[in-house]
Design a binder for this molecule. Structure first.
Ligand SMILES: [Zn+2]
Ligand SMILES: [Zn+2]
Length: 397
């Protein structure tokens, strides 16, 4: 505990420790549901500070607790821990040691920052008004890790949850905080267009699925431009077309894949119903038969107003500048937690040289300690407000 005391006293030790943790994670990135080594390392870093790991049925990932007042409320801090199948090209001395694997979304930053928050909270545990549950969640990149954590029961009793993503285009020292929609709902689709195969020289004897697929791609462009309101936003992207085997055969089938992004559940379901009508209408007009398969991902990240105000307050308190961020059309499975309980998800400015998932992605590590302080502050304040039953929020926030 000796060095943990120094760490929380603002001597620069915390920053040094968090940089070491982040670099260690960065060197050994692991894909979704394979985070065995990462899980072990997190457990060890928490054990160094005497933080109790809570046992839940999770193969990878860690749930831990810093306990203050026994009968007090529970709030959660969440970090994601998985990496991506990308070959790192940063040339950093602590670059990934595993070929084809990289922390290219900065989940190593999130994990280190929440460990830092845990260290700070552990130091203050006597004065905490309740329990802070720390969630080190696996498999965010698959969009399903949050569901596994929910199924494990780790959110039981939790009244508020906070999470973060690093943001390369926000400068260090700022935090993007916004009530309402912050990240998009994600839907994947696959369309199989069935035609009738024939000799390329005798198209009239068949039904050409490639021509039908081309018309479908074109017609789908009208959904965002003609059916989504001008003040709403959404994306419909066809990202893959596959058909045919050679130059002189009209094939039997064409397959299209892509994704839809939206920020509002009503818009999301309207887009899907327009999508189905367009695909069916265009196909049948051309004599082809379509089959649509949906791959629904997380809903939109929507931040609770009270918790977001609390985050702004916490940011000011730890010397970060709260700014209003532009929502991101990327998805985040943190949204699954927000379906169950109020939460606030923020963007921590990391002045990165590249966007998420770029092979030379990086974060500015000087944002680590401020992020740790922000989350410790938010958790502590939420416990105070919840235990005082302040405000008219249904959950006391
Ligand atoms: Zn990512
Ligand atoms: Zn990410």
């Amino acid at each position: 505990m000796g060095d943990i005391a120094a760490i929380s006293a603002g001597t620069g030790e915390l920053q040094k420790k968090l940089v070491a943790i982040r670099r260690r994670l960065h060197q050994y990135p692991e894909l979704a549901y394979e985070e065995m080594r990462t899980t072990q390392a997190i457990r060890e870093w928490l054990a160094e500070a005497g933080i109790d790991v809570a046992e839940y049925p999770l193969k990878t990932g860690v749930v831990a607790e810093v306990k203050g007042r026994e009968d007090g409320p529970i709030v959660a801090l969440r970090a994601d821990i998985d990496a991506l199948p990308i070959q790192e090209e940063t040339g950093l001395p602590y670059a990934s040691t595993i070929p084809g694997r990289m922390h290219a979304c900065g989940h190593d930053f999130h994990t280190a920052a929440i460990i830092g928050a845990a260290y700070l909270l552990k130091r203050r545990e006597e004065s905490l008004k309740g329990t802070v549950r720390l969630l080190f969640q696996p498999a965010e990149e698959k969009g399903t890790g949050a569901l596994r954590v929910l199924e494990s029961g780790a959110l039981r009793g939790v009244q508020a949850i906070f999470g973060m993503h690093n943001k390369p285009d926000l400068p260090v020292g700022t935090v993007g905080v916004k009530a309402g929609a912050l990240m998009a709902a994600v839907d994947g689709f696959k369309i199989e267009v069935e035609g009738v195969g024939t000799h390329a020289a005798v198209p009239n004897a068949g039904i050409d699925p490639i021509v039908a697929a081309a018309h479908i791609v074109t017609a789908l462009q009208t959904i965002v431009s003609r059916n989504v309101g001008p003040l709403q936003s959404a994306v419909v992207s066809v990202t893959r077309i596959h058909s045919g085997t050679t130059w002189n055969v009209i094939p039997e089938k064409a397959v299209l894949e892509g994704t839809i992004r939206s920020f509002d559940e009503r818009v999301r379901s309207e887009i899907k119903s327009r999508f189905e009508r367009v695909v069916e209408g265009v196909s049948s007009g051309l004599g082809a038969k379509p089959a649509i398969r949906w791959y629904p991902g997380p809903p939109a990240v929507r931040n609770d107003e009270h918790l977001t105000e609390l985050m702004i307050h916490a940011a000011n308190k730890v010397g970060l500048r709260a700014v209003t961020p532009e929502p991101s059309p990327a998805g985040e499975d943190f949204a699954f937690y927000q379906r169950e309980l109020p939460g606030s998800f923020v963007f921590v400015g990391t002045s990165g040289p590249h966007e998420w998932h770029h092979p030379a992605f990086d974060v500015n590590e000087s944002a680590l300690e401020p992020a740790a302080r922000l989350f410790a502050e938010a958790a502590e304040t939420a416990l105070i407000r919840l235990s005082e039953g302040r405000d008219d929020h249904p959950n006391g926030l």
